[in-house]
Design a protein around this ligand. Structure first.
Ligand SMILES: Cc1cc2nc3c(=O)[nH]c(=O)nc-3n(C[C@H](O)[C@H](O)[C@H](O)COP(=O)(O)OP(=O)(O)OC[C@H]3O[C@@H](n4cnc5c(N)ncnc54)[C@H](O)[C@@H]3O)c2cc1C
Length: 385
């Protein structure tokens, strides 16, 4: 995107987040629902397609631009980002990277406009950190694929119009090589979505189990056509690496907000007749959080630059996801500490962010999984011995 247009997008999103979404955060958390007018405004701003190419109606942001947008979006409830995160990210990307021209032309413009919502259905009850063990099966019958299995914790499942579904197509192949991706419309007979999960935080963003019982889709639903057969796993892993940089930037945005909340409280809350910000131990908490935020921001920008250039699409995304998700967790914990008892009370922003932040260390690969990826990439065969 040309730099002037991008500056305009950033300032519009900043205004939207701070003036329209922040005042609704408590309501979104309490009702576990994103207001329709916020969804509509996000569509109008092109947020459902920020990472999708301009030729398909998206904003076509690079990773470096995307992380700057995420710094702004991260400043408020992460359920805002979740609403359009799957269209742009893991689900939309699978199509961009692995889809045929026909599949891209049919789906990407509708994803970019927000007309349809896509979910990324990889995780299963027994296949989380190691999705290569997934057992959802797809068998070819004539000109149709028949899918059976179940997926767990699928973001946006209760709203989704289409599920990018990962299923085993060659049970005899090595685990990572016998998996393919299918475009499965939500209204396909045999596909059901369970009631939404009752989560710890990130209210307003919904997840649910998805069940496939003899779900029949045409051969054209195989992502990538014949060339995509048994190639779904490597496509998924590439998309998840992009998602890791994206989530890291979201963590940085949240850390900025938590520092702002902490500073404001420390300036105004008094004990012993003086602002708590005058106590050096409170200053230490705030200084540590600002330092964490600063380092996180710099790390994410560096990882995004290297992702765009192709210099590092694996170790960098894992390092930055590991660091940023642990970083925002420390910052959230300190923000609660700065707030004292108030920080433990519902209705106080930092209490909500403390719950919301916890997820970042778990999804798109847990912190332990990032450690394993980083170590294996550096140690090679020694790590696998
Ligand atoms: C709110 C939410 C939204 C989600 N959205 C989606 C979605 O849209 N699509 C989707 O497909 N999935 C989604 N997920 C699933 C998510 O990616 C998984 O929950 C995550 O990858 C962890 O898998 P698991 O829950 O099965 O935990 P497990 O894999 O069972 O992990 C349990 C513990 O074991 C550790 N562990 C596991 N393997 C190793 C190892 N090799 N070495 C060291 N430690 C290990 C983990 O770090 C963790 O501490 C979502 C999850 C949540 C909670």
């Amino acid at each position: 995107m040309n730099p002037d247009d991008f500056t305009t997008v950033l300032s519009e999103v900043r205004k939207f987040v701070r003036e329209r979404v922040v005042p609704l955060e408590a309501q979104i958390d309490e009702k576990d629902e994103m207001p329709a007018e916020i969804r509509e405004a996000a569509k109008q701003m092109g947020l459902f397609g920020f990472a999708l190419p301009e030729e398909y109606g998206g904003l076509g942001l690079s990773m470096y631009e995307e992380v700057q947008l995420m710094f702004e979006l991260g400043y408020t409830t992460p359920s805002l980002r979740s609403m359009f995160g799957t269209n742009n990210g893991i689900a939309g990307h699978v199509l961009m990277v692995g889809g045929t021209e026909e599949q891209k032309a049919e789906w990407i413009p509708r994803l970019a406009s927000g007309e349809v919502t896509a979910s990324f259905a990889l995780t299963e009850a027994e296949a989380g950190s190691d999705p290569s063990t997934l057992t959802t099966r797809a068998r070819l019958e004539g000109n149709e694929w028949v899918i059976n299995g179940a997926k767990r914790y699928i973001t946006n499942a209760p709203l989704a119009d289409v599920f990018m579904t990962f299923a085993r197509t060659d049970p005899d192949a090595p685990r990572t090589r016998g998996i393919s991706t299918f475009l499965v419309p939500a209204n396909t007979p045999g596909l059901t979505v369970a009631p939404k999960d009752h989560k710890m935080g990130q209210f307003g963003a919904w997840t649910a189990d998805v069940f496939y019982d003899e779900v029949r889709v045409p051969a054209s639903a195989l992502v990538g056509g014949d060339a995509g057969l048994n190639r779904g796993f490597s496509t998924a892993m590439g998309c998840i690496a992009h998602g890791r940089v994206h989530i890291s930037a979201l963590c940085v945005g949240m850390a900025e907000r938590l520092v702002d909340e902490s500073v404001e409280y420390a300036r105004t809350r008094e004990q012993s007749g003086r602002p708590i910000g005058s106590f050096q131990l409170v200053q230490g908490l705030i200084a540590d959080s600002q330092t964490d935020y600063y380092v996180g921001r710099a790390t994410v920008l560096e990882a995004a630059r290297n992702f765009d250039s192709g210099a590092d699409t694996k170790i960098g995304p894992s390092c930055t996801k590991y660091f940023a998700s642990e970083m925002v967790w420390r910052v959230a914990d300190r923000a609660v500490q700065v707030h004292g008892g108030a920080g433990y009370m519902r209705g106080v922003a930092v209490e909500r962010f403390y719950r919301d932040a916890r997820l970042f260390r778990i999804y798109e690969g847990t912190s332990q999984v990032q450690q394993v990826i980083i170590a294996k990439a550096l140690l090679g065969d020694v790590a696998r011995a």
